[in-house]
Design a protein around this ligand. Structure first.
Ligand code: CU
Length: 160
C-alpha cells in the first residue's frame, strides 16, 4: 500500500506553482528580479566501456550560467535506439522525465548517481571511440556532445 503523504505534497506544490504562474501571468508586475535566460554548457562527458553489447551508462555535467532554471528532457543518439534519464535514489535507479539544471548551478551526472542509460545500443562501443549524443532541454537549444568511451573503471579526476 502506498503512503498518502507524498502525493498530497506534490499536489500542494502544483497548487503553489499554479498560483505563481497566475501572478506572473498578468504581465504588469514591475518585478525585475526574474533572471536571464538559461545558458548551458556541457562538460566532463564520458561513457565507461560497457560490458554489455546493448546497454551502457553515460555521465556528464551541464552548467547553467544563466538566471533561469532549465531541464534536461531527453537524449538521443544514432548509436542507440533508446536513451533514458535515470535518477539514483537510495542506491536504486529509476527513470525520470527530466532533471533540473538550476540557475547559476549545474546538473551533475556521475557514477553512483544520476546518469544516462543507453538501451538498444547498435553495437558495443569500445575505449577510444566517441558516442555522439544530442541533449534536449525544456528551454535551451539542443546540444550535441561527442561522449568519449573510457575504461570501465574510469573516474573523472574531479569526481567526488
Ligand atoms: Cu539507470
Amino acid at each position: 500500500m502506498k503512503p498518502a503523504g507524498p502525493p498530497a505534497v506534490s499536489l500542494g506544490l502544483a497548487g503553489a506553482l499554479a498560483g505563481t504562474l497566475a501572478l506572473t501571468g498578468c504581465g504588469s508586475s514591475p518585478d525585475s528580479s526574474s533572471g536571464s535566460a538559461p545558458e548551458l554548457s556541457v562538460s566532463a562527458a564520458y561513457m565507461p566501456q560497457p560490458v554489455s553489447d546493448t546497454m551502457a551508462a553515460g555521465f556528464l555535467t551541464v552548467t547553467n550560467v544563466g538566471g533561469t532554471d532549465d531541464e534536461l528532457t531527453s537524449v538521443t543518439s544514432r548509436a542507440s535506439g533508446r536513451i533514458t534519464v535515470h535518477r539514483t535514489v537510495d542506491g536504486a535507479m529509476r527513470e525520470v522525465d527530466g532533471l533540473t539544471i538550476p540557475a547559476h548551478g549545474r546538473l551533475v551526472l556521475e557514477s553512483g548517481g544520476n546518469h544516462l542509460m543507453f538501451d538498444e545500443l547498435k553495437r558495443r562501443p569500445t575505449q577510444g571511440e566517441t558516442v555522439p549524443v544530442e541533449l534536449r532541454f525544456a528551454h535551451s537549444d539542443p546540444v550535441t556532445v561527442d561522449m568519449p568511451v573510457k575504461p570501465a573503471t574510469y573516474r573523472p579526476a574531479s569526481g567526488h
